[in-house]
Structure formats: C-alpha cells, structure tokens
Design a protein around this ligand. Structure first.
Ligand SMILES: [Ca+2]
Length: 494
C-alpha cells in the first residue's frame, strides 16, 4: 500500500489529496482479504482516479505495480485516453472532445467502439434518419411499411425502394419490431374417426385409412413458404376399436412425423427425437403443450397433434385462398367445401400415399344417431357435458360454438359403442379449443369418469361408461372401477 504515496501520485497529488485515508483503507482491505492482490489494485485505482479528477497528471503506475488492466480484442490500455471514444455513430468524437482524459482501453487504429466492442470501421453500418443499421441489414424506411431499405456494406449508405405488405398482412410493431404481420390466423381440425372442420369453418365427415393431404400450398409461390401437412388414419382390427392419426409435416426440406407408435417423441427426418427440439435457429420449433405435440414455423404455421386422434393446422391470413387439402382453400367461403383437386370429391383426391390395404370407408350414418343425440342433449355427462349451460364449459359457449363438437361426440359415441376414451377425446378437443382462445374451462374429467390408460396401453374393447352421472368434486372418490387397460399388439398401430 505504500505504493500509494510513492508510485501512484508521483508526489504531485499529495498536496491536492491526502493519501492517508486511502493508505489506511488499503491496509484494512488487504488485511480483511488475506492480502488479495485485487484489493490492492482497487485501492491504487481509487487514489489514481481521485487525483485525475482533481486534474493532477499522474504517471503510468499499473505496469510498475502489476495492476494491469485487461483490454478486449483490438484495443490497448491508455493511461490518459480520450473520454469520448470514436464510435460507429460518431467517428470524429475524440477530436471534438472537451472532457479531461480518462484511463481506458482505447480501440486500435482503424477500429471504433460499437456495443462495447472494438470493430473495424468498415464494419459500421449505415446511418439512416438517426439510426444505425448493420451492413446488409434490411429495414423499413418509414412507419407504414411502404419503403424497404437495405444498408449497402460497400457504400455504407442505405438504399430504399417502394415496397409494401402482402395480402393478408398489416404493418405494425410487435415486440418492438416494425414489420408486416398477418392480420389473422385460421385453424383447421380433424378429430376422432372421421371429423373435419376446414379453415373456412365447414364441418364434414370423411373416413379413410390412406395418407391424405390436410393442408398445403395449392400452387408454388415466390412469396409464401411451401409446406404440406399430411395425415393418415390408421384403423386396424384387433381387439379394440383402435384408430390413431399419424401426422406428417413437410417444410424447409424437413419431414416431421407425430405418431402413436412413439408417443411423447417426434420423428425428424427419420430420427426419433426428444422434445423440445429446434431446426435452424427457430425456423421450426417443436415442443409439447398440454396433451399436444406442437410444430411451429417462423412464418406462422402451427401444427398440433395429440399423438392419437386430434390434429390441428393453423395458418396466417397470408395463405388465404392459396391452400389445398382436406382443410379447404381458406378463401372465406365455406360453401365450396369439402372439395377435392379439380373439383373432384374431397378425400380420395387428396390421397398422397397408399399403404397396403388402405382405402376409403363409407362413414355410414348411425341408425339411432338422432335418438342418441336427443338423449345426450338432456344429460349433464358424456357428450351432454359439452352443451350443459351451467357446466364446466359455460364460459366457452358464446365464443366457440359447442354444437359441432357435441355432434362429433355423439357420432363417435355411436361408432365406438360408447367407449369412454373416445368420448373423452372429443371433449378434450373442445376443452383445448376453449383454452387456446384464452377461456376458462372448469374441471370436467370426473363428470364423465374419464381416466386415461397408462402410457402404451389402450382401453379394453367394449368398455362403457355405464350409469355415468354427475358427481361433484367433493363427493367424488376414486372408488369407481378403473378403466380396464391392456397392451395392444404392436402391429395394431403404425
Ligand atoms: Ca373455401
């Protein structure tokens, strides 16, 4: 610490600032920290800074005391450097600086300070209306997305041209970034054995076990990223009424498959992958949300699948009218759906692959469907829970029409002969749609005695809900027969 009075001030500072208190502090700090060198350097720096503030010119003391200051790349230590370093925004700053010099790391010749780093002068971007843009960076030159500019790395000048947002987009600021964003999104869903709801809101039934296009660009476009979502309903014989959807997404040259055969995981280009997973830097994100696997792209496409019976495709409004598949064309008109390619019937014409023995099935009306629907309408459990005015979905009814889900549920009830697991899937679909819209869903599973089979097992065939009735949460006990589950034969599932 005796360096304080000797080296640091080079005796010129003594008359201005008494080193005594600094010396005492130095000794105390060193003592408290077992002579840690860093404490010594801090004490010396404190005195040197105090002297400099008083305008006393002090000599280089760091190398003598071993308290050298680490400087980052492309910069060097300066005892008395400019307080106004050259930056990308102001390269002439040091010559106009009126502040006294400071001890600093100064950028080497040809380099300037940018975001705390010394970068080559040529690395500085373009200044445009008071803002700095990186070389090659593209940006909007106005607040209404009418002028698109690029920072030319050679000239370091921004050049702009007339541009605009695409159809279905609007210019706005999101997360601090002004850009063209979709005006809205539309969703298509397929669930259960045969239910479809198109982007334009048309409901229809189709049952087939081949692979079909759910959604995709109807013709190549320069402005829209090409993608295809395919679905296959696997319905095999065996002991249970087993069906499951295999959902495949093709985008950016990556093939992603979600299948019951590897529940909880995703196949990416043939490699079984754990979630979450990303391709590119956020170009495709895959993760699990609730019961669903979610595949999301950077251009607003979102595909979900519960690995079993439900799948949804959500697209931004930029794709309006440009799509084809079971999900329809998204032209805002539901009367032209379902439609196939070239006006042919939907379904068969969207076949993209024909696994051995696959085919389309006549859905066939359930003979007692109407009577069953009427019966279900009056009860507060099974399918009736979807419609119950004071039930767990009461806050959702006005926002998302429950009628379609109810009819899906009744039709599945009929097809599956009342299999509880199948009804649960439809009710889950309505619950998910409500939650996706930010609406509150109250507990419902105990009302239908729903329980899920453990991973890898399926409900025993013919398992019925029996005399299901309303049980309040407080009176519910797990005394009910658990759902009988068994491990399905491997070949029953794809
Ligand atoms: Ca349409």
């Amino acid at each position: 610490c005796l360096w304080l009075p000797s080296q640091v001030n080079a005796h010129r500072c003594h008359s201005v600032i008494d080193p005594k208190i600094y010396l005492d502090n130095c000794v105390y700090d060193l003592c408290m920290n077992d002579g840690l060198k860093e404490m010594l350097c801090r004490a010396l720096t404190a005195y040197a800074d105090a002297c400099r503030r008083e305008g006393v010119d002090i000599s280089e003391w760091r190398s003598l005391t071993g308290c050298t200051l680490p400087c980052s790349e492309n910069s060097r230590y300066q005892l008395c450097g400019s307080a106004c370093p050259a930056t990308c925004n102001d390269r002439a700053a040091p010559s106009n600086c009126s502040s006294p010099c400071v001890e600093t790391c100064q950028c080497n010749e040809g380099f300037v300070l940018d975001a705390g780093k010394c970068i080559p002068k040529a690395g500085c971007g373009c200044e445009f209306e008071g803002r700095l843009y990186a070389p090659g960076e593209q940006f909007w030159g106005d607040g209404t997305c009418m002028r698109r500019c690029i920072c030319n790395p050679q000239t370091r000048q921004a050049s702009c041209q007339v541009a605009g947002c695409r159809t279905g987009e609007q210019c706005r600021v999101e997360k601090g970034i002004q850009n063209c964003y979709p005006i809205s999104y539309a969703s298509c869903a397929t669930s259960g054995y045969s239910h479809y709801r198109s982007f334009d809101g048309q409901r229809f039934e189709f049952q087939g076990t081949c692979q079909y296009q759910l959604a995709g660009l109807s013709k190549k476009s320069q402005e829209l990223v090409d993608f295809r979502v395919l679905v296959q309903n696997a319905r095999r014989g065996g002991r249970s009424v087993s069906f499951s959807k295999v959902v495949q997404v093709h985008v950016y040259g990556v093939e992603t498959t979600v299948s019951w055969a590897y529940r909880g995981k995703i196949m990416v280009n043939g490699v079984l992958t754990n979630l979450p997973y990303q391709v590119g830097t956020g170009k495709i994100s895959m993760y699990q949300r609730g019961w669903d696997a979610v595949i999301q792209t950077d251009f607003g496409l979102t595909v979900t699948s519960d690995w079993h019976s439900r799948a949804t495709v959500t697209v931004p409004s930029t794709y309006a009218g440009a799509l084809g598949g079971m999900c329809g064309n998204f032209n805002g008109d539901r009367s032209d759906e379902p439609a196939g390619k070239d006006g042919a019937g939907a379904g068969r014409s969207w076949r993209v692959a024909e696994p051995l023995g696959c085919g389309e099935v006549d859905v066939g009306a359930c003979p007692e469907l109407e009577a069953l629907a009427n019966r279900q309408r009056g009860i507060n459990t099974e399918c009736g829970i979807i419609l119950e005015k004071t039930g767990p979905f009461r806050e959702c009814h006005s926002k998302i029409d429950p009628e379609g889900f109810f009819l899906d549920c009744v039709s599945d009830y009929c097809a599956s002969k009342g299999q509880l697991a199948v009804l649960g899937q439809v009710v889950t679909g309505y619950a998910s749609a409500c939650q996706a819209a930010g609406l509150t869903v109250y507990p419902w599973r105990y009302h239908v005695f729903w329980s899920e089979c453990p991973l890898g097992r399926v409900p025993e065939p013919g398992y019925r809900t029996g005399q299901a009735g309303r049980h309040e949460a407080t009176s519910w006990s797990p005394m009910h027969d658990p759902m009988p589950c068994f491990i399905p034969d491997e070949e029953e599932y794809l």
